[in-house]
Design a protein around this ligand. Structure first.
Ligand code: ZN
Length: 157
C-alpha cells in the first residue's frame, strides 16, 4: 500500500468511527467551531485540571477531513499538558500548510495522514477546524466560538 493510500485509509477510518465522539457533562470548556467555506461544524468539550487535559471530546457534522481531523486531534492531546498540546497545534498547522520538515513529521504518527492537505488550500481549514477549537479551549476560559478562517477572527468578532 502506498503512503498516500495508507493516509487516505486513516482518514476514512476515523471519519467512519471517530474517537471521543460524544458529549461531555462535566467539561469546563465548550467551544463551537465552524468552517463556513465547507459547512463543517463541531462542538468541542474539554476537561482541564490545572495544566493537564484530562478529557476531550467532540460532536459535529462535516466533511470526512474535518471529522477525521477532530478524531485524531482528541486522541493526540488527551492526557497531554497544555504546553504539549500547543506544540502539537503548531506542528499540525505547519504540516497542513506544507511547512513542516521531514524530521518533525516523523514524530506526528497518524497525524501525518493530513500532510497531503497542503496541496488543497481549501481543505486546510477543514483539517485545522478542530485544532483551532482545541487551541481556543486551552487559551481562553469558558465558552467561545471559533472559525477556522483566521481572517474573520477579528477583535470582538
Ligand atoms: Zn470540510
Amino acid at each position: 500500500m502506498s503512503t498516500e493510500a495508507l493516509y487516505q485509509e486513516i482518514i476514512l477510518e476515523h471519519n467512519r468511527k471517530p474517537k471521543n465522539f460524544r458529549e461531555m457533562d462535566d467539561a469546563n470548556r465548550t467551544i463551537q467551531g465552524r468552517n463556513p467555506l465547507c459547512g463543517d461544524e463541531l462542538t468541542l468539550w474539554m476537561k482541564l485540571d490545572g495544566d493537564a487535559i484530562v478529557d476531550v471530546s467532540f460532536k459535529g457534522q462535516g466533511c470526512a477531513i474535518s471529522k477525521a481531523s477532530a478524531s485524531l486531534m482528541t486522541a493526540a492531546v488527551k492526557g497531554k499538558s497544555r504546553a504539549d498540546a500547543e506544540r502539537l497545534f503548531d506542528q499540525f498547522h505547519r504540516l497542513v500548510k506544507g511547512e513542516l520538515g521531514e524530521d518533525e513529521q516523523k514524530t506526528l504518527g497518524s497525524l501525518r495522514a493530513f500532510a497531503g492537505v497542503a496541496k488543497f488550500p481549501n481543505r486546510v481549514k477543514c483539517a485545522s477546524l478542530a485544532w483551532h477549537a482545541m487551541h481556543s479551549a486551552i487559551a481562553d476560559g469558558g465558552v467561545a466560538q471559533v472559525t477556522s478562517d483566521p481572517e474573520s477572527q477579528g477583535e470582538g468578532a
